[in-house]
Design a protein around this ligand. Structure first.
Ligand code: FAD
Length: 298
């Protein structure tokens, strides 16, 4: 299928792109990797009158660490995130989650910013960014504002981004030491969108008890199991605790039924995945703790 006619703009700088978007307002759309927008245009589900191509904006293509925080330019390709040594070392949850996004060819073109703004219900990056308590830097010609991931995702395929605003950067806080991570999902085939996905982070105290847990599920918007997260503090990381917490967290979900899976199936999968995520995150936190002890002795 072919898209409806549109005018194409190729700005070379961020201010140029922001001015074009401000000039055209609601009829314009930014184009990033095109892996979601172009199919939607071809199916006539999106009909922008103007397409503002962000691919010439080199200033939005970077990965760096500042004040311990990971800063990701919105036009950074998903594959760059997946392959970055900095990410593997400091934010391994992002690497693990990104590997589930479509196929290599999709990740080569698809951008971090595009995935977050598209906010597809079963997308991996919104869930991982919510677990990591990342924030989004949004800019228009007048200035910029920063929004936490938990407030950025408003509904299925809807964010708090306003007309004329661009997501320019994602900031991911430093992960505390003695933290383990896990991202797990179930899909019909490798590379398909998740039927259910869960991200988790678990931090241990030096005495081996749990300091903090973050547990987030795929849904219309990423669902953070905040109530359940509170119950871990000071507890020993044990299978029975993880099983009960996973059951409780999954009970709060209200997933949709569609042609791929029923809501009941998704809830059942959520329970199993949440337990596995907690167990794997705890095991990794334990390894991180032991490495720390060994290193400090040597
Ligand atoms: C076959 C296939 C399988 C896929 N499987 C998965 C999967 O398993 N998991 C998954 O998460 N995704 C999957 N995707 C989607 C893929 O991850 C896309 O790359 C992503 O959703 C959109 O990123 P993009 O850079 O391609 O954005 P685009 O498609 O260019 O844009 C998406 C939307 O975001 C807006 N936008 C883009 N960048 C910005 C910005 N900086 N500021 C403001 N607005 C912006 C655009 O206007 C558009 O509305 C799949 C895609 C395909 C084709």
């Amino acid at each position: 299928m072919k898209p409806a006619p549109f005018d194409y703009y190729e700005p070379k700088t961020l201010p140029e792109a922001l001015n074009l978007l401000a000039q055209f307002g609601e009829t314009a759309k930014p184009l990033a990797g095109g892996q979601s927008l172009v199919p939607m245009m071809n199916m006539r589900l999106a009909r922008p009158a103007q397409l503002v191509d962000l691919n010439g904006l080199r200033e939005l293509n970077y990965l760096k660490v500042e004040n311990g925080e990971l800063r990701i330019g919105a036009m950074t390709r998903q594959r760059v995130l997946e392959r970055s040594a900095i990410v593997a070392e400091g934010w391994p949850l992002l690497r693990e989650a990104t590997r589930y996004v479509g196929h290599v060819q999709i990740r080569n073109r698809g951008t971090v910013g595009g995935s977050l703004v598209h906010a597809y219900p079963s997308a991996e990056l919104p869930v991982a960014m919510t677990a990591l308590e990342a924030s989004m830097v949004l800019r228009n010609p007048q200035g910029e504002r920063t929004v936490l991931a938990g407030e950025f995702f408003v509904d299925a395929m809807t964010t708090s981004l306003k007309t004329g605003e661009l997501l320019v950067e994602v900031r991911v806080p430093q992960v505390p030491s003695r933290t383990g991570w896990s991202f797990q999902e179930v899909s019909r085939r490798h590379g398909d969108f998740a039927l259910m996905g869960v991200a988790g982070l678990l931090t241990l105290r030096s005495d081996g008890t749990i300091e903090r847990v973050r547990l987030v599920f795929c849904g219309a918007t990423p669902h953070r199991a905040s109530k359940v997260e509170q119950q871990f503090m000071g507890q020993r990381p044990e299978s029975a605790l993880f099983r009960d917490a996973a059951n409780l967290a999954a009970a709060d979900l209200e997933p949709d039924s569609d042609i791929h899976a029923s809501a009941e199936y998704r809830k059942e999968v959520a329970k199993v995945l949440a337990r596995r995520v907690l167990e794997q995150a705890a095991a990794r936190a334990l390894v991180a703790t032991q490495i720390k002890i060994t290193t400090s002795r040597s």
